[in-house]
Write a protein that binds this ligand. Structure first.
Ligand SMILES: *Cc1c(COP(=O)(O)O)cnc(C)c1O
Length: 293
């Protein structure tokens, strides 16, 4: 990967707040959002080995799936462009066009070929007729599931604790937002303890999904900070984000990192963590999906 454009290892800084002092916990932030200007931090980590191959043999084509606002699609389009790998995005919604969202416009501008499919066709995804006909046409293609979680993704995420250790940090807990739970699983697979804040409603199923990927580490899945479901938010969350940004000078957004930090603050204020606990929150990025205000 063209490392000249990448900020790796991503920087770590301490966040300070009266609430943290009162609870006698230390909170650090790993700024994976700074890794690349276009690519969400955790999407870079998850896609890295998929695009470069473990031993340097790149796939000819990468096919993946997503909705009109998918950070994963946007990240794959950018990385494919940087690496000279052809990318195909299968997009949910046959009424859409490359102009339907800023994300899709970005994907098209980075040369991703977009296929718009109906919701029923999309449900078939990897196993559907479209994917198999695309694979027939491009036998060298790698298919990455929606959300980007696979073995190579876990390996990429697993480099986070290495970077922390190299910088002298061995936190008691990592804190991450969870969509598919792949980022969480990558850390667990390395034996980490992880507070994972689900951004979708009724996300108890993530425990099983994550368990399929990783049976090591210690998972603390938080299910109460979804704000009504994936992509949903309210005034309280938006106000929290504005206060957080003003206080810490770090941009966050309403889909993932806003919910993670809201949850983290709430847990700390409720005395959830033992005195002396050290927490490493990972800023997974996602700023391309931030609300315009
Ligand atoms: C996709 C995404 C996540 C979710 O990651 P999972 O590995 O699917 O749990 C979290 N944060 C941001 C910013 C994302 O774009």
């Amino acid at each position: 990967m063209n490392s000249g454009d990448l900020l790796i290892p991503s920087p770590i800084r301490e966040l300070t707040d009266i609430a943290f002092e009162k609870a006698a916990v230390k909170v650090f932030l790993k700024r994976d959002d700074l890794i690349h200007s276009e690519v969400s931090g955790n999407k870079w980590r998850k896609l890295k080995y998929n695009l470069t191959g473990l031993t340097g043999e790149k796939p000819g084509t990468v096919i993946t799936f997503g909705g009109a606002y998918s950070n994963h699609l946007a990240a794959l389009a950018s990385l494919g462009y940087m690496e000279g790998v052809r990318t195909i995005g299968i997009v949910r919604g046959d009424e859409l066009t490359p102009l339907s969202s800023p994300t899709l416009r970005h994907c098209a501008a980075r040369g991703m070929e977009l296929c718009f499919v109906s919701r029923s066709e999309y449900r078939e995804k990897e196993h559907g007729a479209l994917a198999s006909s695309l694979l027939d046409q491009t036998p060298d293609a790698l298919i990455i599931p929606e959300g980007g979680t696979n073995r190579l993704a876990l390996k990429g995420v697993g480099e986070i604790p290495d970077e922390c250790a190299d910088a002298g940090f061995s936190p008691d807990f990592y804190v991450v937002p969870a969509g598919t739970g792949g980022t969480t699983a990558g850390l667990l697979l390395r034996g980490c303890a992880v507070v994972s804040v689900a951004v979708l409603k009724n996300a108890g199923f993530l425990r099983e999904d994550i368990g399929r990927w990783a049976s090591t580490g210690l998972l603390d899945l938080q299910l109460d900070y979804h704000f009504g479901g994936y992509g949903r938010y309210n005034r309280e969350l938006i106000d929290f984000i504005a206060r957080f940004e003003a206080q810490h000078g770090v941009p966050i957004e309403q889909v993932y990192t806003g919910k993670m930090f809201y949850g983290l603050y709430d847990l700390i204020k409720r005395g959830y963590f033992a005195k002396g606990t050290t927490l490493m929150a990972v800023h997974t990025g996602g700023l391309q999906g931030k609300l315009e205000r």
